[in-house]
Design a protein around this ligand. Structure first.
Ligand SMILES: Cc1ncc(COP(=O)(O)O)c(C=O)c1O
Length: 361
């Protein structure tokens, strides 16, 4: 039986052909040498226009560093601002990659649990309780991976009200899913006033534009931090390949058409998967963004299978079906299932799950 994966972080879409063509053309034009470490002027300007178009804000291209992926943007800026032992506050559930990168830097992760019962809200009072003299960073993903929760202006402002009392604490928003949305645009951290020059955003092309293998993302930092991040990139990597940047530029120039094509399939898939979980009566919070559902599977953890990790192994071995256990996101008992599959594979995967669930009781 062919394996079906609900566990992947990429969708089934191919990279848009316009991007592939732009890269081929750039290679044929010999754009294959060292370029500017910060990124090409064209791509940095296009990223500025993207924020004007989708968020109605102006970001100076001077503050944008093109990086080899969002993971690397995170590593760059975290390496630049953190010392071993510094504390980083992160609301959970959250993407395991954040933990991985912080481990590399020996920073101390301070997890703030949020719950489905509270719609994964984080109150400023709770945030305040987690701040210590060692806190150097508050880090959140918006939209959230794995819950698909979107934090809007009022909620982010309430956190900033607390954090603005601490000039030594930076605020970092990982906004990589910001264009995979079903309920209107998200609020970028860049939209909020930054009197202390502490707001940092990372983003990339892997998710919304189906370009995870191209390794291209970016970092937006206030000027004092920018120089240090640029120096880190120069010293460790040089710049992102220019033909890769040509592909990224091209998708930004066609963003509205590309996104409406991808997101309309994803919206239908979201409805299909949501209906399934409603029908089998497994609770989940409807995602406002991303291509993930994060259901509570504890009702099925009963007999010999008592954790979502064991459940994931069981589904893989017996039904050739892969899911991501919630343990990876700091929420045991839950699992992340991607609906970024072809509609045919989504249906087949849900059929297998339908067969598997009664065998667990
Ligand atoms: C929240 C989040 N940030 C960053 C990344 C990594 O992105 P990139 O492929 O640009 O390195 C992922 C990928 O899964 C993610 O889910």
């Amino acid at each position: 039986m062919e394996s079906i994966s609900f566990a992947s972080g990429s969708t089934y879409f191919n990279t848009p052909l316009v991007a592939a063509n732009a890269a081929v053309q750039a290679i044929q034009q010999n754009r294959t040498f060292y370029g500017l470490a910060a990124g090409t002027d064209e791509l940095r300007a296009a990223i500025t226009h993207r924020y004007e178009h989708f968020n109605k804000i102006v970001i100076s291209p001077e503050n944008i560093l093109v990086t080899p992926g969002t993971r690397q943007a995170l590593y760059n800026v975290l390496h630049t601002i953190l010392k071993p032992g510094d504390e980083v506050i992160i609301p959970a559930p959250n993407w395991f990659g954040l933990h991985e990168v912080l481990q590399q830097l020996q920073a101390k992760l301070i997890i703030v649990p949020t719950t489905a019962a509270d719609d994964y809200a984080l109150s400023p009072e709770v945030l305040q309780n987690y701040i210590s003299p060692r806190t150097r960073l508050f880090l959140y993903s918006n939209p959230n991976n794995p819950t698909g929760r979107v934090y809007q202006l009022a909620e982010i402002s309430s956190w900033l009200k607390v954090l603005n009392h601490y000039p030594e604490i930076y605020i970092l928003a990982d906004e990589i899913y910001d264009l995979v949305v079903y309920a209107g645009p998200i609020t970028s951290l860049q939209e909020l006033p930054d009197p202390g020059q502490k707001h940092i955003v990372v983003n990339g092309f892997s998710k919304a534009f189906a370009m995870s293998g191209w390794r291209v993302g970016y970092l937006i930092t206030p000027p004092p931090l920018f120089a240090a991040c640029l120096q880190f990139q120069k010293a460790t990597f040089s710049g992102v390949s220019e033909f890769v940047q040509s592909a990224a530029l091209e998708v930004l120039q066609h963003a509205p058409e590309i996104l409406s094509g991808f997101n309309s399939v994803l919206r239908q898939n979201k409805d299909t998967m949501s209906q399934f979980f409603q029908q089998v009566q497994l609770p989940f919070t409807p995602p406002q963004a991303t291509y993930y559902l994060f259901p509570d599977l504890t009702a099925y953890l009963r007999k010999t299978i008592t954790s979502t990790q064991q459940l994931a192994n069981y589904l893989k071995e017996n039904f050739a079906l892969e899911i991501m256990p919630g343990d990876y996101f700091g929420t045991p008992g839950y699992a992340r299932l991607s609906f970024g599959l072809s509609p045919k594979n989504l249906e087949e995967g849900l059929n297998r799950l339908q067969k598997a669930l009664p065998t667990l009781l």
